[in-house]
Write a protein that binds this ligand. Structure first.
Ligand SMILES: NC(=O)c1ccc[n+]([C@@H]2O[C@H](COP(=O)([O-])OP(=O)(O)OC[C@H]3O[C@@H](n4cnc5c(N)ncnc54)[C@H](O)[C@@H]3O)[C@@H](O)[C@H]2O)c1
Length: 333
């Protein structure tokens, strides 16, 4: 972990902010949170408590405790005490821009300010900051407390040193920081996910398949592969012994057809209803909280299986466990 980060400020405590809070607490940090919503403290506490059994299963760091979560009355107050700030407010540029100016005014000069934005550009929301060089994007994935990936990038005024420090901090709380070398909207992972999501919406809109059938088309096939081997390496193997060159020769021409559509369909009320009815059927009466616990158990089982092969998230888990054990006195390990 980046040296001297003991306290993290979590600004905005919805799905993603609560996930950051849970992860940071599990790694033995103090968390000071702030959110302008109604009943936010109760909702944050419930979300962190729901995540805790999964984090316990993976192993808590020395000093990890739910008691180390505290609540501030303003973003400035939360940032005053912080050694690292993670902003997870709604995805609206104007909101983020003015919020970052307030965070920047409240945080110590040496503190990194990271945004969880899924696709806004840091150059845009660092514009009103006095110290824009310490503003970065640290884009996580839901659930933040289990998935290791965090995409890290800076804006035009961000210093390389601050990007490196943010990456070191994230690695220290068990994550896999992936540097996005070019400042582009949507970054890397969401661009890939969006392509799939767009096709799903077309196929449902055109009554080609149901949400359940499309999910089966992933979970029984490519989804199993994706946990440890991305599309590029998997397609290299699909070309046989000659690898990617033969794969391109065989399947490349189909790209000209093309099978897929580049523009999303219009989000009509009918399409939204079809998606909602389809996924409600798939949920089969289970609440989102129940589905979250099932998802967490499955994610942990997959990461633990991959640990044996020291691959992808299994590798991150193995490194993290070694680091955790090195901090626990041997009698308690
Ligand atoms: N949901 C995801 O899967 C996901 C994944 C990665 C990144 N993100 C990004 O994380 C950020 C938060 O998304 P979310 O899904 O947690 O949203 P959310 O709606 O669950 O939570 C947003 C929270 O921000 C609070 N808020 C409202 N106005 C605010 C303000 N002015 N300052 C601070 N907080 C304010 C709300 O009360 C709410 O609690 C967004 O930038 C989003 O793009 C979301």
């Amino acid at each position: 972990m980046e040296k001297d980060v003991n306290t993290i400020a979590v600004i905005g405590t919805g799905v993603i902010g609560a996930g950051w809070a849970a992860r940071a607490l599990a790694y033995g940090l103090d968390v000071v949170a702030w959110d302008p919503g109604v009943d936010w403290q109760t909702r944050l506490k419930a979300a962190v408590e729901n995540a805790w059994p999964a984090l316990r299963k993976l192993g808590l760091y020395p000093g990890a405790s739910l008691e180390r979560l505290s609540y501030a009355d303003s973003p400035e107050e939360a940032c005053t005490a912080a050694d690292f700030v993670q902003e997870s407010a709604p995805e609206r540029l104007e909101l983020k821009r003015s919020l970052h100016a307030r965070i920047d005014a409240g945080a110590r000069a040496d503190v990194i300010i990271a945004s969880s934005t899924s696709g806004l550009l840091p150059s845009d929301f660092q514009a009103d900051c006095q110290r824009p060089e310490r503003v970065v994007v640290g884009h996580p994935f839901n659930p933040v407390y289990l998935l290791p990936l965090v995409e890290v990038l800076g804006g035009k005024k961000t210093s390389e040193g601050c990007i490196d420090r943010a990456m070191a901090f994230y690695a220290g709380i068990g994550m896999h920081p992936l540097k996005v070398r070019t400042e582009i909207e949507g970054f890397l992972s969401d661009r890939l996910q969006e392509a799939l999501w767009r096709e799903i919406l077309h196929l449902v809109n055109d009554d080609v398949a149901s949400t359940e059938e499309l999910d089966a088309a992933i979970t029984y096939g490519p989804g199993l592969r994706w946990a440890f081997m991305g599309t590029c390496l998997a397609f290299h193997m699909a070309g046989g012994d000659a690898g990617m060159h033969d794969f391109m020769k065989q399947f490349g021409p189909a790209l000209k057809l093309p099978w897929t559509k580049l523009e999303a369909p219009e989000l009509t009320p009918e399409l939204i209803e079809k998606m909602a009815v389809g996924t409600r059927k798939q949920a089969a009466g289970r609440t989102v909280k129940e589905l979250e616990r099932l998802r967490d158990d499955c994610l942990i089982a997959i990461m633990q299986a991959l640990r044996e092969y020291k691959i992808a998230a299994g590798n991150t888990l193995a490194e993290n466990e070694a680091r955790r054990k090195s901090r626990i006195p041997s009698s308690n390990a």
